[in-house]
Design a protein around this ligand. Structure first.
Ligand code: UD1
Length: 419
């Protein structure tokens, strides 16, 4: 199995270009099922989760031309597709559940594997299913599969999500776009990726608009048109490189991202002591030795993202005093703690809180990566450690970071993949 070797104590310096957003591309790829016309997507990140979603679309009969090199895909669902998503594909990538909404909207039935639990928590899909039921869907779960159908075309209605969920909001936006009449969705997630999905659906002929901070009005349409759409940049990748710069006392330009969508992250990095300036599509960061400690909790957008919690924890380990992080989104998202402690960090967890003692000088070690963001946090710690750190089981990393070793090497890191 591939592993990474990192030789630390190198300051990152130079320019990193941000790739397309994985979490925006996944629901947009699922939403292509709505249309029988040709759809071209640009700036598609070349990462494993995207490959898995493409495999899923191919397995149901989508006609696809994909150029990894150009980060471009053409998709057409002209012929009737199979409304089936297998366990093998959904188990490695939870976003597979997002094909449920469009399959039901267009064909009135679907058999989709439940994603099951994953290392960061139980991650149920009850909110997706309860909301789809309000559009007229009947469902049952048998042997790990959701069997769903609707006797008539889905029918728009008012739906209030019981909890803010990114995936459920996306599934319902996609399904409602093709339902009969008008759907009002309230208590929606408002992540930038949700806005990108809405821009995409409107670009192919959908009629979706915000009528409140967390409320959407969606008029169903029955036909969509041919279109070309560019996926937004990956704000989590951008945040990861900003933290990488801060933790190595580096001097980086992170380009290709609108700073306004990561204002919370920028404000926190400034509080910690990093110097940050930004222009239209570029953020310049200079790290500091004197890292200030802070208390912070993760929360839905515009709060601090759970997907950057592990990375920020590495930075807070180098803070001058104690910091506390409360993880408010997932119940088991501290797997990186044990590995960081093996590198010399002093972090204690209790429930959803991590108590971080500062002043850590990370030491190189042999490590085991767990989930996607935990894996990248180990790289960040290794970048500051003296000697060679070996990170095993890195396949999660390839699910979400495009060419991470190449991008890091370009800005001065010493990192290589060993097969
Ligand atoms: C998405 C992101 C993921 C990010 C997360 C939170 C993608 C592909 N993934 O995941 O990277 O970490 O948002 O920002 O975009 N929940 C339920 N029932 C449901 C659905 C969710 O209880 O039916 C709970 C979850 O267990 C979790 C919380 O709601 O505790 C938020 O989850 P959700 O926003 O749905 O995350 P995902 O869409 O899975």
């Amino acid at each position: 199995m591939d592993k990474l070797e990192v030789f630390g104590e190198k300051r990152l310096k130079g320019n990193v270009s941000i790739s397309g957003s994985k979490n925006a591309a996944l629901p947009i790829l699922a939403a292509t099922i709505l249309s029988d016309k040709k759809i071209t997507l640009k700036n598609l990140p070349n990462v494993k989760d995207i490959e898995t979603m493409i495999k899923l679309l191919e397995s149901i009969g989508s006609i696809i031309k994909y150029s990894k090199k150009k980060n471009l895909i053409e998709i057409q669902n002209k012929n009737r597709i199979k409304t089936f998503a297998s366990y093998n594909l959904v188990k490695t990538m939870r976003a597979g559940i997002l094909v449920l909404g469009p399959m039901l909207a267009r064909y009135g039935n679907a058999k989709v594997s439940t994603p099951g639990g994953c290392s960061i928590g139980v991650r149920p899909i009850d909110i997706h299913l309860k909301a789809l039921a309000k559009l007229g869907v009947n469902y049952k779960i048998v042997d790990g599969y959701v069997y769903a159908n609707s006797k008539k075309k889905l029918k728009g209605t008012k739906i209030k999500f019981s909890k803010i969920s990114v995936g459920a909001t996306e599934n319902l936006i996609i399904a409602s776009s093709m339902a009969k009449g008008t759907t009002i969705l309230s208590n929606c997630a408002i992540e930038p990726e949700i806005k990108d999905l809405i821009n995409f659906i409107n670009c192919i002929g959908g009629r979706i608009k915000w009528i409140g901070k967390r409320t959407l009005k969606i008029r169903g349409v029955s036909n969509f048109k041919e279109a070309e759409f560019t996926i937004m940049p990956d704000r989590i990748e951008a945040g990861t490189y900003l933290i990488a710069a801060a933790v190595t006392e580096g001097n980086l330009k992170v380009s290709g991202i609108n700073p306004n969508i990561i204002r919370t992250e920028i404000d926190i990095l400034k509080k910690i002591g990093a110097k940050i300036k930004f222009q239209k599509n570029q953020i310049k960061i200079i790290g500091t030795k004197d890292i200030k400690s802070i208390n912070l909790k993760t929360s839905p957008y515009p709060g601090f993202p759970t997907d950057l919690q592990a990375q920020l924890m590495v930075l807070l380990c180098k803070g001058k005093k104690h910091s506390v992080i409360s993880e408010e989104i997932f119940e088991n998202r501290f797997m990186h703690v044990a590995e960081l402690n093996r590198m010399g960090a002093k972090i204690r967890t209790k429930g959803n809180k991590a108590f971080i003692e500062g002043n850590t000088n990370f030491k190189a070690a042999e490590l085991m990566a767990t989930d996607l963001r935990a894996s990248v946090s180990l790289i960040l710690a290794a970048l500051t450690a003296k000697g060679k750190t070996t990170i095993n089981r890195i396949y999660h990393l390839d699910r979400g970071y495009e060419q991470i070793e190449k991008k890091l090497r370009k800005v001065g890191a010493k990192i290589r993949r060993v097969f």
